[in-house]
Design a protein. Structure first.
Length: 179
């Protein structure tokens, strides 16, 4: 994670250096702001393959949330309609929703928290980018904003980790239900 240990000025310097770099490089980061500001192309690594991802980070997050069923190469027979009547099918679907919905709600809550924190970080960074902020009279405010930015960065990282774990749980549960 290239920005975990950096203060705001160093993060900005890193971002500028990466934007000016003429060569090609692969950047792996959870820092969405950094990714949005320095990347020209996103690549998707999935099931042992790398392919271009022709969309933005929000679309990637949505892609992650979609249940994925790994193909095993075996053909499964459709269930015998005589055995599964409509009532049993509805009950089965309701049970599946009951198992999946709490995880989906937790994921949505985490996503909302991430968006709120990202918005606050953007506001702080905009304030810190003002030239007047670095005058002696505003030193205390600048330090407060810098501390808050650092705290929010830590919170955002923890929420993103929780979000990834919940998505993994959802994917595993979806696969389990599909079996």
């Amino acid at each position: 994670e290239p920005t975990n240990h950096l203060d705001l000025e160093m993060r900005h310097a890193l971002s500028m250096a990466l934007q000016e770099y003429a060569g090609a490089m692969v950047l792996v980061s959870h820092d969405r702001h950094l990714l949005r500001s320095v990347t020209d192309q996103f690549l998707l690594v999935d099931q042992g393959k790398v392919s271009p991802f022709n969309d933005d980070l929000d679309a990637y997050r949505n892609w992650l949330m979609q249940p994925k069923i790994e193909t095993t190469g075996t053909v499964t027979e459709p269930p015998d309609n005589k055995l599964l009547n409509k009532k049993a099918l509805r009950q089965q679907q309701a049970e599946q929703r009951k198992r999946l919905n709490p995880l989906k709600k937790e994921i949505q809550t985490l996503e909302q928290s991430m968006q709120n924190i990202e918005q606050r970080i953007q506001n702080i960074e905009a304030d810190l980018a003002l030239p007047d902020m670095y005058q002696a009279a505003n030193r205390q405010r600048m330090e407060e904003l810098s501390r808050e930015r650092a705290e929010l960065g830590g919170q955002l990282q923890q929420i993103e980790e929780d979000w990834l774990h919940k998505n993994e749980e959802l994917e595993l549960l979806t696969l389990e239900i599909a079996r």
